[in-house]
Write a protein that binds this ligand. Structure first.
Ligand SMILES: [Zn+2]
Length: 422
């Protein structure tokens, strides 16, 4: 049932957009308030939705950043998505993210692709879930990780059968002794490749040869020490030069009852790129279907390791598709995205190369881990300077300690969100 007021509002809103074919509105639920947000056909195909209306229905807002250049920020909770009319790119916490289609203005209003609300926002830790069965966008309370005490939370709605309880239902006050609860957390550290799977090797144009499997093992062991120094338990998928099957890494993590899965890798430039040896920088992937060509490149490259596994069953029933349909996994997606963002932010402070951003890919190693999972490409082994950087012991220690800090920050925020976990 839609309250009459909301219906009237929806009618007014759609009336404000002249001469466009109307589509069914999107239902948006925030607490026990339900609103309808008008949609329309996107000029490039697909569906567009009014940015200000969807932001407000989610309890957020659309802020105009400039009068001249049509720049806006869509804010929901503590998440901000910077948009520009005429552009199909959004900027989130300094990282550029491609949208399904462009942002545009019509009738004095800003419209965004519907997927921004139903796919992007749910991945950003904005406390937004899209329920495809009900075609309903839902906002649930999130605890702000700011200095101020959390406001009393309104009673959450009763979860519907078949839907997981909102994570907000688990919110308790922060534990008095944070380090004690951190000690209960298990981080699975996965050194990419190993054994007869060398991973990438470089650099292009000569110089001391580096093999990905050696760099990932060295950095992973240092990450283990750095995390243990910070009071976090660590399980390694390998500690020697051995090959662990790609599809076994996730199950190892699951068997260890890991809370978090961090896979370390070294990037390789596509030889077809112009001047591939010059490609530099670091990027962090979280589990999702690969979207851009570059993201597919990394997914294909890292999944290549399967060919080294004699008894790998790569044809098992589309694990990614299965997981993507699982609503519970939605929370892991969001958490993975949050961890990936913290890692990118941390690496920016120490890494000499550029941030290539937080990205998503359907990586087999991440698919089989039923926990928040990220894959960090700590640099390009094809670039001579970065190959040298990643093999320097001091720099490896610095990278490991930066990654450990990001993981601890993530876990502390998680503690504040769900309580002590005990
Ligand atoms: Zn790799």
């Amino acid at each position: 049932m839609m309250p009459l007021g909301a219906l009237a509002l929806a009618l007014q809103l759609s009336a404000a957009v002249p001469a466009v074919p109307s589509l069914p509105p999107l239902a948006v639920r925030a607490g026990n308030r339900m609103q309808s947000v008008p949609t329309m056909r996107h000029p490039d195909g697909g569906i567009a939705i009014r940015a200000d209306a969807v932001a407000e229905a989610l309890g957020g807002q659309l802020v105009s950043l400039s009068n001249g250049r049509a720049r806006y920020r869509l804010e929901v909770g503590t998440t901000g998505v910077d948009l520009e009319a005429g552009s199909a790119l959004a900027v989130i916490a300094g990282d550029t993210v491609p949208l399904r289609a462009g942002v545009f203005r019509r009738g004095g209003r800003l419209y965004v692709p519907l997927a921004l609300a139903t796919e992007l926002l749910p991945r950003l830790g904005a406390g937004v879930l899209f329920d495809p069965d009900k075609a309903e966008l839902r906002r649930f309370a999130t605890v702000t990780v700011a200095r101020r005490a959390p406001a009393p939370r309104p009673r959450a709605e009763t979860p519907r059968p078949g839907l997981p309880a909102s994570p907000a239902d688990n919110v308790r006050s922060a534990p008095a002794n944070r380090s004690a609860s951190l000690r209960q957390r298990v981080v699975v550290v996965d050194a990419g490749h190993g054994g007869r799977d060398n991973g990438m090797s470089g650099p292009i144009g000569g110089g001391p040869r580096v093999y990905e499997k050696n760099v990932t093992l060295a950095v992973s062991k240092l990450l283990q020490s750095a995390l243990e120094e910070r009071g976090v338990r660590v399980v390694m998928t390998r500690t020697t030069d051995t090959l662990i099957g790609l599809y076994d890494r996730g199950p190892i993590a699951n068997a260890a009852k890991g809370d978090l899965f961090v896979s370390i890798h070294v990037n390789a430039a596509n030889p077809r790129w112009q001047n591939p040896g010059s490609a530099r920088g670091f990027e962090t992937y979280f589990l999702a279907e690969a979207k851009t060509e570059d993201e597919r490149r990394v997914a294909a490259m890292e999944n290549e390791a399967v060919k080294f596994e004699t008894d790998a069953d790569v044809s098992r029933d589309d694990p990614l598709g299965f997981i993507m349909r699982d609503m519970a996994q939605n929370e892991h997606l969001r958490e993975s995205m949050r961890l990936a963002t913290l890692i990118q932010t941390g690496l920016r402070t120490v890494h000499p190369g550029p941030s290539r951003g937080v990205k998503q890919a359907g990586l087999a190693v991440l698919v089989t881990a039923f926990m928040p999972a990220v894959l960090v490409e700590i640099g390009f082994g094809t670039n001579r300077a970065e190959a040298q950087y990643m093999t320097d012991g001091d720099r490896q220690r610095e990278l490991a300690s930066t990654l450990a800090d990001a993981v601890v920050r993530y876990l502390e925020q998680y503690e504040r969100k769900v309580g002590g976990g005990g």
